[in-house]
Structure formats: structure tokens, C-alpha cells
Design a protein around this ligand. Structure first.
Ligand code: ADP
Ligand code: MG
Length: 274
């Protein structure tokens, strides 16, 4: 076993920092200048994802969830504070993570299979192994029959599943997902929840999963970060002490219901969240 210091030096894309943190968000604020002033999207947000954790962020529309994810991926710069992935401060886009954005962002001129293969092309990964992996991921997301189709021939939910397969192609240790199942019908969404849970349990990935569904957050995560309506702040960070390897029936348990109620209480009866 190398020492932790040696790991950090030898592997610039280490999966986590020496302190076991996969993702760190430290006192992060983001303000946008708009025509009639300034919008504060995030206000001193701090949270972390330890190596191997599944952390869900839940909060109403407009509370800065997507802004946070864009800062984590280097697409936006913070107004104050910083984010670190695998111990390295985010400075710009990086390839060692898998990202599913809220809007699928597929290339119109590439087939479904070619879209999933994108990380392999960009990172010059072994072609044969990547194609095999692409096929099994397309199977996982239920799109085997559509691999030769183009994005404009797919529904929004199917496009989202393509972007999920693409995010997993290079087997990243860290996954960032922004409402990845938002456009799916209820049954497909449940199936994808179970598949992602299985993948997480088998692979020991560190996952940051954004959702505006409270039950989905409680079902998937071992910790839930609850955000306030805009400006986005952390209202509470909650451990979910439900057994790993959850089945859908757990949603009917009193413990599950108690977590959901406790999170919902943050939003009162405003109806701002599912
Ligand atoms: P969420 O993903 O939680 O729904 P967003 O991060 O998309 O929220 O947006 C948070 C707030 O920041 C919203 O009020 C939104 O209008 C504003 N916002 C996001 N991006 C921009 C931008 N590029 N310019 C101005 N305002 C923005
Ligand atoms: Mg969003």
C-alpha cells in the first residue's frame, strides 16, 4: 500500500483526497448579474461527499442546484468559496468524473451509440473495450434497440438515458447527476433508481445526485442535503439510516415516511417541492 501522500502525488486524478473526501463544497456563493440587479443563486453553501457515499441534494426549483453542479464541473466560476473534487480545486472542465446535466446535451449528428462513445473518443480509450461497455450500458438503460438512431428520433426521457450511459462509459469514480430521471415516466424512473443503486453498491462510486423529489432523495441516498428556496442555502444535512440495497417496498415503511416528512417540513405547505 502506498502512503496517502504518495497516492496524491502519483495520481493527479485520484478518486478522493487524502482525507477521504471525493467532493468538497466550501462556503460557495454565486451571484448572477441580471438586467435589474443581482440574483443570489447560492449563499455560502458547504457540503461534502465522502469516498463511496451517495449524497442527494434536494431543494425547490430555482434554489441553485444546477448552478452548484455547473460550478463543480468548471462550467461556471464561483463568486466566493471553492469546490474540490478528489482533493483538486475545480478550475475548469475535467474528464475524470461522469456528469449528467439536467438537459441531455447530445450531439445531433451522432447516433445513440456514438454519443455514448464520446468519452472514449475524447480520452482515446481502448476502442473495442469501450464499444463493449457502451453496448452493456445501453442495455442497462433499456436502449439497445435504439443504438443506431439519432437524438431527434428519441423522447426526452430516452435522450436523458443516453446521457446517463455516456456519463458511465469511462467508469468514473465520481458521478455528478442533475435531476437525471426528471423526464422519465414513473415506472422507468423506479427501474433506473434501482439500477443506479445497484451500480453504486457494486462499484463503490461517490455520487452527488440532485433531485427535487423528496422520496427519490431518501430512497437513493445515505445522506440528504436539504436546500432552502432561493437564495440556496443548506437547511439541513440528514443521515438516512435505512439499510443499503433498498427495495421499492421500503417507501411504505414508517421510517421512510418519517424522513420524507422531516424534509418536507422545511418547505411548509408552500407546495414548492414534490
Ligand atoms: P435549480 O437548478 O435549483 O432549479 P438554478 O441553479 O438553475 O436552480 O438557478 C438558480 C437561480 O439562479 C435561479 O433564480 C435562476 O434564474 C438563476 N440563474 C441561473 N443561471 C443564471 C444565469 N446564467 N444568469 C442569470 N441568472 C441565472
Ligand atoms: Mg436545475
Amino acid at each position: 500500500m502506498p502512503t496517502q501522500a504518495a497516492v496524491a502525488v502519483d495520481r493527479p486524478f485520484a478518486h478522493h483526497s487524502a482525507d477521504g473526501q471525493a467532493i468538497v463544497v466550501n462556503q460557495l456563493s454565486k451571484r448572477f448579474r441580471v438586467d435589474d440587479g443581482v440574483v443570489t443563486a447560492l449563499d455560502k453553501v458547504s457540503l461534502d461527499v465522502r469516498q463511496g457515499e451517495f449524497v442527494a441534494i434536494v431543494g425547490p426549483s430555482g434554489c441553485g442546484k444546477s448552478t452548484l453542479l455547473k460550478i463543480l464541473t468548471g462550467l461556471l466560476t464561483p463568486s466566493a468559496g471553492e469546490t474540490r473534487i478528489g482533493g483538486i480545486v475545480t478550475k475548469g472542465p475535467r474528464r475524470d468524473i461522469g456528469t449528467v446535466f439536467q438537459a441531455p446535451l447530445l450531439f445531433a449528428w451522432r447516433t445513440v451509440l456514438e454519443n455514448v462513445m464520446l468519452p472514449a473518443d475524447v480520452q482515446k480509450l481502448d476502442r473495442e473495450r469501450s464499444v463493449q461497455r457502451a453496448h452493456s450500458l445501453l442495455d442497462l438503460v433499456g436502449l439497445t434497440d435504439f443504438k443506431r438512431r439519432y437524438p431527434n428520433e428519441l423522447s426526452g426521457g430516452m435522450q436523458q438515458r443516453v446521457s446517463i450511459a455516456r456519463a458511465l462509459l469511462h467508469d468514473p469514480a465520481i458521478l455528478l447527476m442533475d435531476e437525471p430521471f426528471g423526464a422519465l415516466d414513473a415506472m422507468t424512473r423506479e427501474r433506473m433508481n434501482l439500477e443506479l443503486q445497484r451500480l453504486w453498491l457494486e462499484s463503490n462510486k461517490s455520487i452527488l445526485f440532485i433531485t427535487h423529489s423528496i422520496p427519490e432523495a431518501v430512497f437513493m441516498a445515505n445522506r440528504v442535503v436539504v436546500m432552502t428556496p432561493r437564495p440556496g442555502r443548506v437547511a439541513e444535512i440528514m443521515d438516512i439510516d435505512l439499510p443499503a440495497g433498498r427495495g421499492l417496498e421500503i417507501m411504505n415503511s414508517p421510517e421512510f415516511g418519517a424522513y420524507v416528512s422531516r424534509i418536507r417540513a422545511h418547505f411548509g405547505s408552500s407546495g414548492v417541492i414534490d
